[in-house]
Design a binder for this molecule. Structure first.
Ligand code: AMP
Length: 403
């Protein structure tokens, strides 16, 4: 049954305690990418435009529940949110459980927007402590989960708080961003228009085993790049030089290659590589190798033939899910593969394909290439989208109301 959304809830004169994901990059007090704040606006507006008040809570970074730390304050987010909304945002205190925060939440009036300080300053957040959950549950008449980026974590504000609110008979619904994320990724998994092509890259095979096993029976093709390609290539007996290989996963990689063949899923591996002698931005000596990489060299990007092959597969796709860079895209010398795969994906999108970027590094890369708004959907959650693609259910979503 579909999860009830904030748009379907009666919010008039209600204080809506909303868990959002405002975990944005902040350097020297300046937000360098405010996408997660902008993506939260539709739910916030849906609440305040219909006579409710929005009491927002989020984490930022990884403070460890030891109280206020200036490096992780959400104050810059409150300021940016006020700018985007064109109205004041209350930021009551340095501790979301203190009397000032509680009074602000309890006295919220229709149209008010209140941002509580970083939930991870409170020790109850990670532990999901009952006293913490009960306290926060009193801050709202209903709960809204709009934090897809944290949907795979049973943190207090994601799980114990809505559970406590449900026990008090309060409604718990999904925000519009959460709904959109679940829909794009859910549809791609349940009923993808074929050919369904999955692009996988990044550092490790071990992070993506479950995801590959879940996708092999569904995907028409899986395109592999990044360091994880070298574990597959070594498992096939290729010379990979000093490329990054997970020796403990060679057997597993071989098994997945066999599984792909059995399921008639084309698992594509690079046929050439941009290689370097040093793992540095300049790479020491840089050269391109075909199937065999010379000793002393490591593969840091897919090569030109591979780019052509992968581009052809992607341009013929009707559904694309992309998770992980094709090389060390942070360094310009090893960025081309990732950029060209992104370009081929948006080319397919312009011809009607559905394309989804699975958050994290890939979303950052798409943004950097100026291509982010040409994909059908760029997820705000790297870890969460990986878990969803791996087929793991979210308990934080399961406890929300259904229609
Ligand atoms: P992940 O977090 O698993 O998505 O991995 C992303 C990281 O993998 C990025 O920081 C890339 O620089 C890195 N990466 C991609 N390709 C390679 C490669 N061939 N060798 C080493 N690191 C790589």
């Amino acid at each position: 049954m579909p999860t009830k959304t904030i748009a379907q809830a009666d919010v008039k004169n209600k204080r809506v305690l909303s868990r959002v994901d405002f975990n944005v990059p902040i350097e020297g007090g300046v937000i360098s990418d405010d996408r997660r704040i902008r993506e939260a606006l539709p739910s916030i507006k849906s609440i305040i435009d219909r006579g409710g008040s929005a009491i927002l809570m989020s984490h930022l970074g990884r403070p460890e529940g030891k109280g206020f730390e200036a490096a992780y304050t959400l104050k810059p987010v409150a300021d940016r949110l006020a700018q985007l909304l064109g109205k004041p945002v209350q930021f009551p205190s340095q501790d979301l459980t203190d009397a000032a925060a509680e009074a602000a939440a309890k006295n919220a009036k229709p149209g008010d927007v209140i941002l509580l300080e970083n939930v991870r300053f409170a020790k109850g957040e990670k532990k999901g402590e009952e006293s913490y959950a009960t306290k926060l549950a009193g801050y709202g008449d209903m709960y809204c989960n709009d934090a897809f980026g944290t949907a795979h974590r049973e943190d207090g504000s994601m799980f114990a708080v809505p559970k406590a609110m449900k026990a008090q008979g309060k409604s718990c619904v999904a925000g519009l961003l959460l709904e959109k994320e679940l829909k794009y990724l859910g549809d791609a998994l349940k009923s993808p228009v074929k050919p369904f092509v999955v692009v996988l890259g990044g550092a490790k095979v071990s992070d993506k085993i479950q995801l590959i096993e879940n996708l092999l029976p569904r995907a028409s093709a899986i395109i592999v790049g990044g360091a994880m390609a070298y574990t597959f290539l070594k498992a096939l007996g290729r010379e990979v030089g000093s490329s990054r290989v997970e020796e403990s996963h060679l057997e597993h990689a071989k098994k997945m290659l066999d599984q792909a063949a059995n399921l008639k899923c084309d698992l594509h591996l690079p046929v050439d590589h941009v290689c370097a002698t040093d793992f540095t931005e300049s790479g020491g000596t840089v050269d391109i190798f075909g199937e065999s990489i010379k000793p002393g060299f490591m593969g840091l990007d897919i090569g030109p033939k591979t780019i052509t092959n992968y581009g052809a597969v992607l341009r013929a796709a009707k559904t694309i899910v992309w998770n992980g860079p094709m090389g060390v895209f942070e360094w310009p010398l090893f960025r081309t593969g990732t950029q060209q795969v992104a370009q081929a994906s948006v080319d397919a999108t312009s011809k009607g394909a559905i394309s989804i970027v699975g958050g994290g590094d890939s979303a950052a890369a798409a943004e950097e290439f100026g291509l982010a708004n040409q994909f059908s959907h760029v997820s705000t959650g790297g870890g969460a989208s990986l878990e969803m693609l791996a087929g793991k259910p979210f308990t934080t979503v399961a406890l929300l109301d259904v229609v």
